[in-house]
Design a protein around this ligand. Structure first.
Ligand SMILES: NC(=O)c1ccc[n+]([C@@H]2O[C@H](COP(=O)([O-])OP(=O)(O)OC[C@H]3O[C@@H](n4cnc5c(N)ncnc54)[C@H](OP(=O)(O)O)[C@@H]3O)[C@@H](O)[C@H]2O)c1
Length: 248
């Protein structure tokens, strides 16, 4: 049988796979026949997810992961290679979004967004890039946001982290031409646990109406699965997925 993009089996590591977009991506990639290694801090969730994927005939394993820790992220990538022999793609999906106005001076939350959303992606690149180069290719799928393209009140730091992910992704793409593929996936509002981490009352209230039109996380997983399934010479660079009902 001639192999199509949809039947090409890949080994994919997914960060932040314990809920929302990461969980949906794990389910979708496994359903497509890819082998997945799932990472996050809530390993009870990952364990259940792996059981469900395996029961449905998929191939999945998990490892505890804190992307703010460079050594831990390296161990996660190494675990993928140990489990499956290689790492074809790393989905840098883990992220946090404790929105607040700058004047609220929630500096610990600014630090956490920078640590998870920016340093976490850099740790993923530092861990996987040498492995991908050594094995002759690979693919980074970095999950940004529509906040990588526009800024809104209470989201200055969050958007800054996502602009950074976009800049890092484009730089990596240019430097890796001919070697490693780079895809930036930028969701609009999507059902997940992301807004649960907002402690600022004003930002929390503003989120309620905005999230009313949220897409199912599977819509973003579909976009990631599309990029992952492309033949090796095809590099899908940017995908923005918004609800039809969203103006922004
Ligand atoms: N939902 C949206 O509307 C939306 C829109 C645009 C972009 N995004 C982006 O989509 C990505 C996924 O978010 P989501 O919406 O699916 O939210 P979510 O349900 O809250 O999922 C976030 C994931 O990140 C993981 N995570 C957080 N801190 C981590 C750390 N230090 N180390 C490892 N994993 C960590 C969480 O797992 P643990 O807590 O178990 O570690 C969880 O699995 C994020 O990058 C987010 O910015 C989401």
């Amino acid at each position: 049988m001639k192999q199509t993009a949809m039947t090409r089996t890949r080994t994919v590591a997914v960060t932040g796979a314990s809920s929302g977009i990461g969980e949906a991506t794990a389910r979708r990639l496994a359903a497509d026949g890819h082998r997945v290694l799932l990472g996050a801090r809530r390993t009870d969730r990952l364990e259940r997810l792996v059981e469900e994927i395996t029961a449905a005939g998929g191939t999945a394993a998990f490892r505890t992961l804190d992307v703010t820790d460079a050594a831990d992220t390296r161990a996660f990538v190494d675990a993928t290679v140990h489990e499956y022999g290689r790492i074809d793609a790393l989905v840098n999906n883990a992220g946090v979004m404790p929105l607040s106005p700058l004047a609220a001076l929630r500096t610990d939350e600014w630090d956490r967004m920078i640590d998870v959303n920016v340093r976490g992606v850099l740790h993923g690149i530092a861990a996987a890039l040498p492995v991908m180069r050594a094995q002759g290719g690979g693919h980074f799928v970095n999950v940004a946001s529509i906040g990588a393209y526009e800024v809104s009140p209470t989201a200055a730091v969050y958007c800054a982290t996502k602009y950074a992910v976009r800049a890092i992704s484009e730089g990596l793409r240019q430097e890796s031409a001919g070697d490693v593929r780079v895809t930036l996936v930028s969701p609009g509002v999507t059902e997940s646990e992301l807004a649960d981490g907002i402690s600022d009352p004003q930002a929390r209230e503003a989120m309620k109406a905005y999230r009313a039109v949220a897409l199912p996380a599977s819509a973003i997983a579909d976009a990631i699965a599309y990029a992952v399934a492309q033949p090796p010479q095809v590099d899908v660079n940017e995908i923005v997925v918004r609800p039809v009902a969203s103006a922004r």
